[in-house]
Design a protein around this ligand. Structure first.
Ligand code: ATP
Ligand code: MG
Ligand code: MG
Ligand code: MG
Length: 484
């Protein structure tokens, strides 16, 4: 089933069940606490928080999402992209737990002829928050599955909050067993409270149902919070990964091979003369996946109006474009690559997002100019990079000063230095680098240079950290932003 059809069926299923179909919002969040929309619920937040009255009790959408914190996983797991589409259904004080479970289960198990996805019931595993007996009972009632098939996971997986006082609630993640090729055997009844890492690709999470029911008075961490009482209006917020369901229904090993992503890999194979082999531990296969993922994310961001820059969203875009270009170089292609790759991604995505065609000239111009600028950076930086690697051979550590000079004088971003160092089996004195950056920032402040606008303060990043955990990559992003 192609992705377009999976998307269509999702909306049709929920529309038939009385949901208003709401088009995707931009990936650029209209929210001071977020750089990007990272879930389907984000555009509906004012309704969930009771700040605005929704014009409907039920809604459904397929929302464009960007998750920069997942960047390090791209290509290494089978299931993480920096851009993906989240299918969601939402209830604003209307149906609750039972309705949400029933609607989701119907869609994924319904025969194809009846508009469903016909996933094999014997391979589906609902998960609930440890001790959520109400949810366990409802899953058993709706699905007829025995109690042993329901996995109980801790709050890290199965409790949702915004990281601040306000609404919160237990989740139910629906998992699909992809079989022994993807991880060891397991016993659902004794799994948890943490999901073992080696099972995450096998027990693929496809859908998260959030039961917004609690009023939180304090949130200290994902698993440490105080429930003050129940919300007056209980809400449902769900997110099904479109690309993940496509992976299953198209019989692919990973998300980078689905119909709307793989054509870029195929083009990259032609350009590099190398063959992609879907091995998640093979450096080249990871690079092919990174190329396909980042080219798409970058294109979607430019389509939504982002331009490359040195902070906030612009910096994220710059990093995606540069990483894609550099991965192609490491695969052996030193020519300009974006004019070859991005049109392929456009053709895969434009049936759903026609702006990619109508706005193509601008999108292409922004992307290709950034590649040209980066090629110049690489030309000047490469010799210096080699000298840095040379001088780090004894200690196996790139000094903070070298990393800083690369960044400051040669425009060689820290992530590139980190990647390059890792390729040569070297560490980087990251703390020292952070300190030097901080010193530079303080100098800049002392100089009272006029400030450029940023896309928010550190609370922005704090929110992302709290939701997704820190990554080195984001840590530097924060640094960059703070330094301006
Ligand atoms: P995971 O544990 O696999 O990282 P998650 O729990 O972070 O997923 P949710 O925040 O629950 O994901 O998002 C809802 C759904 O969106 C997930 O069930 C999944 O199907 C999909 N999804 C989440 N992150 C990604 C991603 N990086 N790429 C593609 N799909 C994703
Ligand atoms: Mg999860
Ligand atoms: Mg989840
Ligand atoms: Mg995640």
């Amino acid at each position: 089933m192609d992705t377009a059809e999976i998307r269509r069926r999702f909306l049709a299923h929920f529309e038939a069940a009385g949901h208003a179909v709401v088009p995707s919002a931009s990936t650029l969040a209209d929210d001071p606490n977020l750089l990007f929309v990272n879930a389907g619920m984000v555009p509906f937040k004012p309704y969930f928080l009771g700040q605005e009255t929704p014009p409907f009790d039920r809604a459904t959408s397929v929302q464009k999402c960007i998750r920069t914190p997942d960047i390090e996983d791209v290509g290494k797991t089978t299931r993480h992209a920096t851009f993906f589409e989240m299918c969601g259904n939402f209830s604003f004080g209307d149906y609750f737990k039972e309705g949400a479970i029933q609607l989701a289960w119907d869609l994924i198990t319904k025969p194809v002829a009846d508009g469903g996805y016909a996933l094999d019931k014997d391979r589906l595993y609902p998960s609930v928050l440890v001790g959520d007996d109400e949810a366990i009972a409802l899953w058993m009632k709706v699905t007829g599955l025995p109690r042993e098939r329901i996995v109980q996971l801790g709050p890290k997986e199965n409790y949702w909050s915004m990281g601040v006082p306000g609404p919160g609630g237990p989740c139910s993640e629906i998992l699909f067993d992809r079989g022994p090729d993807f991880g060891p055997d397991f016993d659902a009844a004794t799994l948890g409270p943490d999901m073992p890492v080696e099972l995450e690709d096998r027990l693929l999470e496809i859908w998260n149902l959030v039961f917004m029911q609690d009023d939180l008075s304090a949130v200290r961490s994902k698993s440490d919070f105080d429930i003050a009482g129940s919300l007056p209006k209980k809400n449902i917020d769900t997110g099904m990964g479109l690309d993940r369901v496509a992976l299953l229904l198209q019989g692919k090993k990973n998300m980078y091979e689905i119909d709307i992503v793989h054509p870029v890999i195929a083009r990259a194979e032609q350009l590099t003369g190398k063959t992609y082999g879907a091995d998640r531990t093979n450096a080249d296969d990871i690079r092919f996946s990174v190329v396909a993922d980042h080219v798409r994310s970058a294109m979607m961001l430019i389509g939504d109006g982002v331009t490359p820059g040195n902070d906030g969203r612009g910096y994220v875009l710059r990093r995606l474009l540069r990483r894609a270009v550099r991965s192609m170089r490491l695969l052996g292609c030193e020519d300009r690559v974006l004019p070859e790759l991005m049109p392929v991604s456009r053709d895969a995505m434009s049936p759903t997002y026609p702006n990619l065609v109508t706005d193509w000239e601008r999108i292409a111009q922004v992307a290709f100019a950034e590649e040209d600028a980066f090629r110049k950076t690489l030309q000047t930086g490469e010799q210096v990079a080699l000298r840095v690697v040379e001088s780090a051979q004894v200690t196996k550590m790139v000094t903070a000063q070298d990393a800083f000079t690369m960044h400051d004088t040669y425009g060689y971003p820290i992530d590139l230095t980190l990647e390059m160092a890792a390729e040569h089996g070297l560490q980087v004195d990251q703390q020292g680098f952070i300190d030097l950056m901080a010193e530079q920032r303080d100098r800049a402040k002392a100089d009272a240079r006029s400030k450029k606008g940023t896309h928010g303060d550190t609370a922005v990043y704090r929110g992302i950290f709290d939701t997704h955990g820190p990554t080195e990559w984001l840590a530097y992003e924060t640094l960059e932003t703070e330094s301006r």
